[in-house]
Ligand binder design. Structure first.
Ligand code: ADP
Length: 609
């Protein structure tokens, strides 16, 4: 936050305005006061001067109008006597001038000699005699460096002007007095101004300190610190504001922690969801994405954030962002790679304000791979089963039709035809039995009747059975360890598994081929292998031979009476025993089928005890 400049601060502004107002008030008061004072002092001075002029005027008029005999002193002498007795601090000089402007007498001794008898040159004297009214002016006496008031007063005899009185008074005294009072006034103003400035600073502080506190508090709040409190200085409006501010801080703290808790809750819900969630801004750019969505899309957040949602979902060619907003149905998305199938289902919902303004889009991604796979397998299974049943049934129908149409009478053909129908019926029975077995395994409706048997004995007895009954020119080689290998197995089920593998090996072995039987002891299991020198399986199909109904060579397998379920059942049974089954094959060279069974090695010593 910017710092407040010194002249922008309320504190300084307040003090400045306050001082200006006081100064203005003092100025107005001072001006009014000194003006009034000046007027009063001048008026008093003038009144006192006028009173004295009136006094002296009377004596002067008396002397001027007096009938004089030759013994009497001259009018000048008498007037000088009158004026001499008339002396005062305020009055510098009094002159008597007759109507012809001749100076008759002066109160100043020097002037009595030099001026008496001279004509007065003062305009003011002439104006008083001519206008028959008193005149007055103030002028500045350069020599004495003083202001002096000149006053003239006509001396009347009835309506006739007989002369004039000229009075020069020392008005400087009045001005000095005014200056003195003004000085006192200015001093008092300066003192009161200083006091008011100091008081102003303190008063301003009482306003600005809570404001500064609140400013600091607001700054701290902006940085996420809600622990500070504003000090409450009183119960005035500022105090109320501080209380309200503290209350606001508490409310903010509470709502912030609620929001934070909600945010954390939402984040943890989003992160723990198995479904992927993506939200966008109003322009369709990704603003939030959870980990599930990232792993479903096989992307990292920096590759996704702020990019258009339709590009992220790989549907930018088919759908615009506006299309997705309108989208009411969920959309299947194929994110499968060569190694990993991945079918997603995207559901779209729009976040809107009450006004209908679109704020963004929320996309929920559901991983549908498993369901799709199951659905596909189910469809495939139904089609496989129907196909497997239809083929023998069609064959049987055509033979039965032929028999019904009269072939039954033909002793050569009829037995062969009946034989085919019998074989097909048996195959169907085998197929249905195999399907029932698988279905039981799928629904876990079976139990393993396990017992401890020595695997070598068990395995050899099965191989022996095949060796006795085999019709081909195939020789058997056994590599089995001499010691007893006790394993816990369901012998019936394990017999079925081994029967199936051996009969496959014999089925696909050429005449003169060798079938090798091997049992190896591993760390915690035994590994059994049955290898033939048959035509082998194409590399791409090796792992698929354990799938239901898979046949590498359909025609041949069917011709040999296979159902395509034998190895699928074997896989289920081996895994029910806690083992694994796999194949290794080289086309043209032969096939090896391996399986393991759990086996615990025991030290010889233990058995001896
Ligand atoms: P089937 O009843 O058709 O034999 P299986 O489940 O036992 O069904 O075998 C599945 C397919 O695996 C067979 O159709 C065959 O193509 C292939 N297969 C199994 N064992 C061998 C083998 N030893 N040599 C060559 N191909 C084999």
């Amino acid at each position: 936050m910017r710092k407040v400049g010194i002249f922008n601060s309320i504190h300084v502004k307040f003090v400045l305005i306050y001082v200006m107002l006081i100064l203005l008030a003092l100025q107005i008061i001072g001006l009014y006061f000194s003006k009034e004072l000046e007027d009063t002092l001048k008026k008093n001075f003038n009144t006192s001067i006028k009173d004295r002029i009136n006094l002296v005027e009377f004596s002067v008029r008396e002397e001027m109008l007096k009938e004089r005999s030759s013994d009497d002193p001259s009018v000048e002498t008498s007037l000088r006597t009158v004026l001499t007795g008339f002396s005062s601090d305020d009055i510098n000089e009094v002159r008597v001038i007759d109507s012809k402007y001749r100076i008759l007498a002066s109160s100043v001794l020097d002037h009595q000699k030099t001026m008496v008898g001279q004509k007065s040159t003062d305009d003011i004297v002439k104006r008083a005699i001519v206008s028959e009214s008193p005149q007055s002016i103030i002028y500045f006496n350069d020599k004495a460096n003083k202001r002096v008031q000149k006053r003239t007063h006509p001396i009347m005899n009835g309506s006739e002007v007989i002369g004039a009185l000229y009075v020069e008074s020392n008005i400087e005294k009045v001005f000095k007095q005014i200056d003195e009072i003004n000085r006192i006034l200015a001093g008092a103003a300066a003192v009161s101004l200083t006091i008011t400035i100091i008081i102003g600073i303190f008063i301003a502080q009482t306003f600005t300190r809570p404001i500064s506190d609140m400013r600091r508090q607001a700054q701290a709040m902006a940085k996420g610190n809600y622990s500070r409190k504003v000090r409450v200085y009183g119960n005035d409006e500022m105090g109320q504001l501080a209380i309200a501010f503290n209350h606001l801080t508490n409310q903010l703290l509470e709502s912030q922690s609620t929001t934070e808790a909600e945010r954390r809750k939402l984040a943890s819900v989003l992160e723990n969801m198995t479904d992927g969630v993506i939200s966008t801004d109003r322009k369709g750019r990704v603003s939030l994405i959870n980990d599930s969505a990232l792993s479903m899309l096989r992307m990292t957040s920096d590759l996704v954030l702020n990019r258009p949602i339709n590009t992220i979902l790989g549907i930018e060619k088919e759908y615009s962002f506006e299309d997705l907003i309108e989208m009411r149905e969920s959309l299947p998305l194929d994110f499968s790679t060569e190694d990993e199938p991945s079918i997603l289902r995207a559901t779209f919902s729009v976040t809107q304000r009450e006004t209908g303004f679109v704020n963004g889009l929320i996309v929920v991604l559901h991983d549908n791979t498993e369901q799709e796979k199951i659905e596909m397998e189910r469809r495939e299974f139904v089609s496989n089963v129907s196909h497997e049943l239809r083929t023998p049934l069609t064959t049987m129908r055509s033979y039965l039709e032929a028999l019904a149409e009269g072939a039954w009478r033909n002793e050569d053909i009829a037995p062969a035809f009946l034989n085919v129908t019998q074989t097909e019926t048996e195959r169907m029975i085998r197929l249905v039995n195999d399907l029932l077995k698988l279905s039981r395994m799928d629904s876990n409706e079976y139990e393993l009747n396990t017992e401890w048997v020595d695997f070598n004995t068990f395995f050899n007895s099965i191989i022996d059975r095949f060796e006795f009954s085999k019709s081909q020119e195939v020789s058997f080689r056994r590599i089995v360890p001499p010691e007893d290998l006790f394993v816990e197995i369901d012998t019936d089920k394990m017999t079925q598994v081994i029967d199936n593998i051996i009969s496959n090996a014999l089925k696909y072995s050429p005449d003169g081929g060798i079938v090798r039987f091997n049992v190896a002891v591993l760390e915690d299991s035994i590994r059994v292998s049955i290898a033939d020198e048959g035509l082998g399986i194409p590399a791409a199909n090796v792992n698929r031979i354990f799938d239901r109904f898979f046949r590498a060579d359909k025609a041949r397998s069917r011709a040999m009476g296979g159902t395509g379920l034998g190895l699928a059942i074997a896989k289920e049974m081996i895994s029910a025993h806690g083992g694994k089954i796999w194949a290794h094959s080289v086309e043209g060279e032969g096939t090896s089928i391996f399986f393991t069974l759990p086996y615990e090695q025991h030290d010889d010593g233990e058995w001896d005890v």
